[in-house]
Design a protein around this ligand. Structure first.
Ligand code: PLP
Length: 392
């Protein structure tokens, strides 16, 4: 009999009832050190008192208004994002997938309004992940995600990650209107696009007028040690998808865009019942207040250095299990020689939580404010997990 919850996930048999900073507490009271943060969502850890406070205060005032009316919390968060980024304007969604939908629509509308409605092509890359809607799976294009769900939304041009010649050729196609990529692939296995490649891509886009859409759903909001990952390369996108960390655990996403890129999105062209609701935006504003603080980002970079150094030590201690460490900031991956799923499971037995990714990688995505002692403790637990695998 089919379970009451549609069985689209392979869930670990863990039942958490409470969160506290970098820790999740199971039904029986066991404490697990959480290096997943709900897959890069709980940017400030679990039950951060400031987020609990603003959410509770907002819940006591008004939950939902609809975009029929002005929503002050939404305006305040949009203003904060515009102030801190390349963007001139923001649309709020409830998820990264919805941000992908709007990014695709915005790019197509841009070219339509410019009198080039055939420039519908969007270049994307192998290993990418942009969500699970029909547009998002068509964008990523992998057989695993798309099989059985056709016909797919047409117009996506799939290239191999890192194939510069193919990229150059694709962008010379007059029907290509945009490029969509994650500066650091998350689900794809913590694959970092080198800064010089992002700069080269920006130049190519400028030469051809192509829109650059960055998916910073997983790598944005302080995760890499800058507010947004593209800042490391000193470039700006035309359109950017954000979600996950921006809500600190409350479902919230956004599309940020330059005024030029957003020019076609006039009244009536897009909408969302819940997008930009007072609860999500109140929480998002508080997350921004913390994460956009230069001192906070400095601390992320320092913690990232500590985690990376300890991970390198783990790899050195178990060269038969691990190939190396990859990633940037607190978005790190352990490239495994053993099955990554075995390490995740062995971690569960040591009460430390990690998450797998493609390319046989185990991801470490701790809360951005994880205490140093929890980083040290996490590595000790991962070391015990690795040792248990060798013994087995
Ligand atoms: C890079 C990236 N884009 C888009 C998404 C989709 O976001 P959501 O699951 O919030 O719809 C994800 C989710 O993992 C992601 O990692």
């Amino acid at each position: 009999m089919i379970p009451s919850v549609l069985p689209t996930y392979n869930r670990a048999p863990l039942h958490f009832t409470r969160g506290d900073g970098s820790w999740l507490i199971a039904q029986d009271g066991t404490r697990y050190l959480d290096l997943t943060s709900g897959i890069a969502v709980n940017a400030l850890g679990h039950a951060h008192p400031d987020l609990v406070r603003v959410l509770s205060e907002q819940a006591g005032r008004v939950w939902h208004l609809s975009n029929l009316y002005e929503i002050p919390q939404q305006r305040a968060l949009a203003d904060a994002l515009v102030e801190k980024t390349f963007a001139d304007t923001v649309f709020f969604t409830n998820s990264g997938t919805e941000a992908c939908e709007l990014a695709v629509k915005m790019a197509r509308k841009y070219w339509y309004e410019k009198g080039q409605p055939d420039r519908v092509g969007i270049v994307t890359f192998s290993g990418s992940f942009h969500g699970r809607s029909t547009a998002a799976i068509a964008a990523a294009g992998s057989e695993k995600m798309t099989r059985g769900f056709g016909p797919l939304l047409p117009g996506f041009v799939h290239l191999d990650f890192g194939d510069h010649d193919a990229l150059r050729a694709a962008m010379a196609d007059p029907q290509v209107g945009a490029v969509l990529l994650e500066p650091v692939q998350g689900e794809g296995g913590i694959r970092v696009v080198p800064d010089q490649c992002l700069r080269g891509l920006r130049e190519l886009c400028d030469e051809t007028g192509t829109l650059l859409i960055l998916d910073e759903v997983q790598c944005g909001m302080g995760r890499t040690g800058r507010l947004f990952a593209h800042e490391w390369a000193g470039i700006t996108p035309d359109i950017m998808m954000v979600a996950k960390g921006i809500g600190g655990g409350f479902p919230l996403g956004a599309v940020l865009a330059s005024e030029t890129a957003a020019a076609g999105m006039v009244a009536g062209t897009h909408g969302s019942t819940y997008g930009g609701n007072p609860l999500g935006c109140a929480v998002g504003l508080e997350v921004m207040r913390h994460v956009a603080d230069p001192g906070f980002l400095e601390a992320v970079n320092r913690k990232a250095g500590l985690l990376r150094q300890r991970l390198e030590g783990l790899v050195a201690a178990h060269p038969e299990l691990f190939e190396g460490v990859r990633g940037v900031g607190l978005m790190l991956g352990l490239k495994c020689k053993l099955a990554n799923t075995d390490l995740v499971a062995a971690g569960h037995a040591q009460n430390v939580l990690t998450v797998g990714a493609a390319d046989n990688v185990v991801r470490l995505l701790p809360a951005l404010n994880i205490p140093d002692e929890d980083i040290v403790e996490a590595i000790e637990r991962l070391d015990r997990a690795a040792t248990s695998l060798k013994a087995g």
